[in-house]
Ligand binder design. Structure first.
Ligand code: C2E
Ligand code: MG
Ligand code: MG
Ligand code: MG
Length: 291
């Protein structure tokens, strides 16, 4: 039977794999309608400085599926990328996040905050990506200087020249670029120094083991040092405990994001002033640098 199946047709031998393919096909069919059916949602996760003060939010997409409930991006971003739907979805994410960012301009409590948006390589490869971005900024009235785009190292695989040119254009408009999940991909140092970056984000996998694994701790410390040498902001993601926060502060890390400060949610809730009292920053600064 397998032999007869030629002609470019896919043939599944493993019932479990076939089941998975059927599942994915069903999910993809639903995903095609998700945008028009208004099922996408943006959640926002707080980012803070060493004193626990709000510096901004990262926008994280969710899919409010009529039967499956709230679907996390890990379960559909890959599918959206493979199918090309990510382009349309990414536009919705950018537009929605920028509309929110534009609202902050007239709010004295929020006018200093930044908005970070994840962009996948397939979006960035679109010939009209930069034009669309600029049009969208003009339409929403969001200040470019408060927008940050999060890209991953994997985008530099293939025709990096095109991507780097676009990054330079984006930067020229005052939009910041962050390298997300840093340390998990295969960035070469030669590239890193030449990319028009503003920020490195230390991947959560290093942060979560920082207390128990000396190698991960060393990697996190090295990323902070590297970022400082390159003049970049460093944001640690996935900070869950005071101990992790304190250690990162002692390494010189200045930006933080994680459940310790807030889980992603539909509102952009700011930390209560008393929540900042537990900041390790003051203690660590005295202990480590004596400043
Ligand atoms: P990311 O950009 O690295 O986002 C951080 C992820 O870590 C988020 O997962 C966030 O909920 C989670 N996280 C933050 N703090 C903690 C913590 O303290 N502990 C733990 N255990 N997790 C934490 P989420 O929202 O499920 O997003 C997963 C990934 O999906 C994102 O990773 C990003 O790569 C991608 N993604 C999310 N939204 C978009 C989007 O609009 N466009 C694109 N292209 N990708 C997106
Ligand atoms: Mg991100
Ligand atoms: Mg990240
Ligand atoms: Mg990550």
């Amino acid at each position: 039977q397998a032999k007869q199946a030629g002609g470019g047709r896919l043939c599944f031998f493993d019932p479990a794999m076939q089941q998975l393919a059927v599942e994915r096909a069903a999910l993809l069919a639903d995903l095609h309608q998700a945008i028009e059916a208004d099922q996408l949602r943006l959640y926002y996760q707080l980012q803070v400085d060493g004193e626990g003060r709000a510096t901004g939010f990262e926008a994280l997409v969710r899919w409010q599926h009529p039967q499956r409930g709230m679907v996390p991006p890990g379960e559909f971003i890959g599918l959206a990328e493979e199918s090309g739907l990510i382009v349309q979805m990414g536009r919705w994410v950018q537009e929605t996040a920028c509309a929110r960012l534009a609202q902050w301009v007239s709010d004295p409590e929020r006018c200093h905050l930044t908005m970070s948006v994840n962009v996948s390589v397939r979006q960035l490869r679109q010939a009209d990506y930069v034009d669309n971005l600029l049009t969208m900024l003009a339409r929403t009235g969001a200040p470019p200087g408060r927008l940050k785009l999060e890209l991953t190292e994997s985008m530099l695989v293939g025709d990096a020249g095109d991507i780097i040119r676009k990054m330079q254009q984006i930067q020229a408009y005052g939009i910041g670029i962050a390298l997300d999940d840093f340390g998990t991909g295969y960035s070469s140092l030669a590239y890193l120094a030449r990319l028009p970056l503003e920020q490195l984000k230390i991947d959560r996998s290093f942060v979560c083991n920082i207390e128990v694994d000396e190698v991960d701790a060393m990697i996190a410390q090295t990323i902070v040092s590297l970022g400082k040498i390159l003049g970049l902001q460093i944001v640690a993601e996935g900070v869950e405990t005071q101990a992790q926060w304190a250690r990162l502060v002692s390494y010189g890390c200045t930006g933080f994001q994680g459940f310790l400060f807030g889980k992603p949610g539909p509102d952009c809730a700011l930390p209560a002033p008393e929540g900042q009292a537990s900041s390790p920053a003051a203690v660590c600064r005295i202990g480590v640098t004596g400043a």
